[in-house]
Design a protein around this ligand. Sequence first.
Ligand code: 6GU
Length: 246
Amino acid sequence: MRIDVLTIFPEWFGGPFDVSLLGRAAADGTLDLRVHDLRDWTTDRHRSVDDAPYGGGAGMVMRPDVWFAAAEAVWNDLPASATTGRDAPPPGAAFEVGGTRPRTVLLTPRGVPLTQPLVRELAAEPRLVLCCGRYEGIDERVHEDVATDEVSIGDFVLLGGEVAAAALVEAVVRLLPGVVGNADSPLDESFSNGRLEYPHYTRPLAVRGREVPEILRSGDHGRVEEWRAARAEELTRRRRPDLLEG
Ligand code: 6GU
């Protein structure tokens, strides 16, 4: 799968993406991750990506022209120079070759919640483009004409979309064929069956006076399954009663 990330902090996607399973997915070609500096599509001396809001108010707003140029170049696999300045496409709707734009996800606290079903849907795409916003917000025309999806990773506010994009990439890549922790993992069922996961234990049998529950050592698979289902139910009722309503 190819994933393009548009951000004003491309360095952010260095370290954590070169190590671990993500790094291995990149090395064996499962993941083709391309991180782009949004400022490559600025045309002024200061490489500015933001401006004051129409209508007034505090904070700055990310400029739509820079986002349009960046998205159009990435969609069409063109160099930055092709979609800025004199060579930019004519006025009108955002363009893409063949009329098919890759799934283009804007990470924003205004988005729909990122859930395992949405992750599965995104993992089935051949390409994703992830747009990371900063500052107080992004010009509404980017929300409307660049993004195909707007996604949030929870009910809290981050400084920008980078952390959310990283979470999305990790959730999607672990579902790709050949990456450990694939779609058949029991961890996935944690959310497919609407329950949080039951507790796990391994050796040693006792640690700091705390023993593994007797049932798990009984060899009675029926009782083990019952016990796990009951613990999962109990945990879910206590922490995530919203999951049980569905
Ligand atoms: Cl996607 N972006 C920002 N800035 N804050 C968030 C978020 C995204 N999801 C939760 N909080």
